[in-house]
Design a protein. Structure first.
Length: 287
């Protein structure tokens, strides 16, 4: 019975609560994400669509949000259990677990992110049209198999943004929760308190990793043959800094902070609420 309980707590709960959290944050805060992407586009905000069609690309985003978030939290919680039983310091447990979670989640997230961002900056095109155009463009250049690999363009760039982001966000989130719990005499936090900690941690991490997000966006929006496709993250950041200055490196800063700060509240709050409800129902089922 203990083994079944562990499977439910360490796998089923993160799977379901993570899926709920991913869907909630992507659907509710999508317009801010669209504006951030358009601000970071090399074409410029207005040429990329301005304030029009701010829900363009929501279908690929929504289709990826649940499975990618579920993958993340399953990996994260599992690694927390495995590493927590060793002598690894607590912050490193959270850093390593979050890193592994991002690597697995990006397998689902990146192809949908490519389609989503191209839809956000392509006037009047539906996601299916963007998908077809992306595949045809890549296939004409590099063949069928590598053409589909084009949907993973930006995978390593995305990881180079997500891993530093998670290195900051999740240890800070866990630390804030522990600090708040200790301040109230060790009483477990309510889901809304975990959400507030998530908002603060997300805003700090977002501010510090904005240049990496700009580089990721440029790579995903690039066409076959563009310099951005083959450039390293460091090289691309140097190019943007040289040509556009700090304003270019931190383009989309305000909507990114707002989006991820609110996103941290919704995402981690929904995860905490879903986890709380599932565990409560599991331990005290209704008859």
């Amino acid at each position: 019975m203990e083994s079944r309980g562990d499977v439910f707590k360490d796998f089923i709960v993160p799977l379901l609560a993570g899926g709920l959290a991913g869907t909630a944050v992507d659907v509710t805060l999508f317009p801010l994400d669209t504006m951030k992407t358009r601000l970071q586009s090399s074409k410029g905000f207005w040429a990329s669509g301005g304030f029009r069609r701010i829900y363009a690309g929501i279908l690929p985003a929504a289709s990826a949000s649940a499975p990618s978030a579920a993958l993340f939290f399953c990996t994260y919680e599992l690694l927390k259990v495995v590493l927590g039983s060793s002598h690894v310091p607590s912050p490193w447990v959270h850093m390593l677990a979050a890193t592994a979670g991002e690597v697995s989640a990006c397998v689902v997230r990146v192809p949908c992110e490519v389609i989503k961002q191209r839809t956000q900056t392509s006037r009047g095109l539906r996601p299916s049209q963007v998908f077809k155009a992306a595949i045809e463009s890549e296939v004409s250049e590099v063949g069928l198999v590598r053409g589909f690999r084009g949907l993973y363009r930006g995978y390593l760039t995305t990881l180079s943004r997500e891993i530093p982001f998670s290195f900051i966000q999740f240890p800070l989130w866990e630390y804030l929760k522990v600090t708040w719990r200790d301040s109230q005499g060790g009483r477990p936090l309510e889901p809304w308190q975990g959400a507030v900690c998530g908002a603060l941690a997300g805003a700090v991490a977002a501010a510090m990793t904005t240049p990496l997000d700009v580089a990721k966006t440029r790579v995903m929006l690039a066409k076959t043959g563009d310099m951005e496709v083959k450039a390293s993250v460091a090289g691309l950041l140097v190019k943007i800094g040289r040509e556009e200055g700090l304003r270019g490196l931190f383009s989309g800063f305000v909507p990114r902070i707002c989006w991820i700060g609110l996103g941290g509240f919704v995402f981690l709050g929904a995860y905490e609420q879903g986890r709380h409800l599932l565990l409560t129902h599991h331990h005290h089922p209704t008859h």
